[in-house]
Design a protein around this ligand. Structure first.
Ligand SMILES: [Zn+2]
Length: 246
């Protein structure tokens, strides 16, 4: 079987006790525009999505029965989980259980992955502009403190491919909800979701040097990524996964 491209984190790459990967749109069995689509909820054939998931997670040596999958609702709820399975009404999961692989599904929203090598705990968060406004990222950092006594300064963060400020134009109603420094004004307004997430992490006590932000913009990298903004109803979804291994 031909290897498929998987986005990795340099920061997480230093640690053997975690497995991490983020999918692209390349290498799947679904017909265009889906390709390597990993979501059952976007109009793609069930059997194709299943094959795509087997391919992507198989490449990382993760079984589909080892996944913890949040049913994302653009909210700010983060759940601590002990076992694999589906979790309703949440956009973030944290755990310190080995072999429970936390996933996040995105097209343009931010996929944010957390790892504390000291308390040996992890998190995965989905944050669009709504989630950012609702402070889901600070919530996740607080939850890791409460549940695992993770000091924010120990937490390593990878912010994956997402809509970039190069392309993520917003209308006045959305732009007005955010502070001035995160939009570029010419005739149009652009929101920098990645910068906002980074600022929230730093305000929560995460060390700037422990934050890695993917350069990839999902909207303009049409070869590599699905984008809801670009493909609308026919957009597939990528998945990112993080898990603790012995
Ligand atoms: Zn772009």
């Amino acid at each position: 079987m031909k290897a498929i491209p998987i986005i990795k984190s340099k920061l997480f790459g230093f640690y053997e006790q975690i497995v991490f990967g983020f999918s692209t749109r390349i290498g799947g069995v679904s017909p265009d525009p889906y390709g390597m689509n990993l979501s059952f909820n976007v109009g793609d054939e069930y059997i194709n999505v299943l094959k795509n998931r087997e391919k992507f997670f198989g490449e990382l040596k993760i079984g589909l029965d080892e996944l913890a999958i949040p049913r994302q609702v653009q909210g700010n709820t983060v759940k601590r989980v002990f076992i694999q399975g589906g979790y309703d009404n949440c956009d973030g999961l944290i755990t310190n259980s080995y072999g429970v692989f936390l996933t996040i599904s995105t097209a343009d929203c931010l996929p944010v992955f957390l790892f504390d090598p000291v308390s040996k705990s992890i998190g995965a968060v989905h944050a669009g502009w709504r989630g950012l406004l609702l402070n889901i990222i600070p919530n996740a950092i607080n939850m890791m403190w409460k549940e695992f006594q993770s000091f924010p300064e120990n937490i390593k963060v990878f912010i994956g491919p997402a809509a970039g400020v190069c392309c993520y134009e917003v209308q006045d109603d959305v732009a007005s909800k955010f502070p001035d420094e995160i939009k570029i004004n010419s005739m149009k307004k652009f929101l920098d979701l990645k910068l906002l997430a980074k600022k929230q992490l730093i305000n929560s006590g995460v060390n700037e040097k422990n934050i890695e932000v993917s350069e990839y913009c999902t909207i303009c990298n049409s070869e590599l990524f699905h984008s809801y903004r670009r493909d609308r109803e026919r957009a597939g979804r990528m998945m990112g996964v993080i898990g603790l291994v012995r």
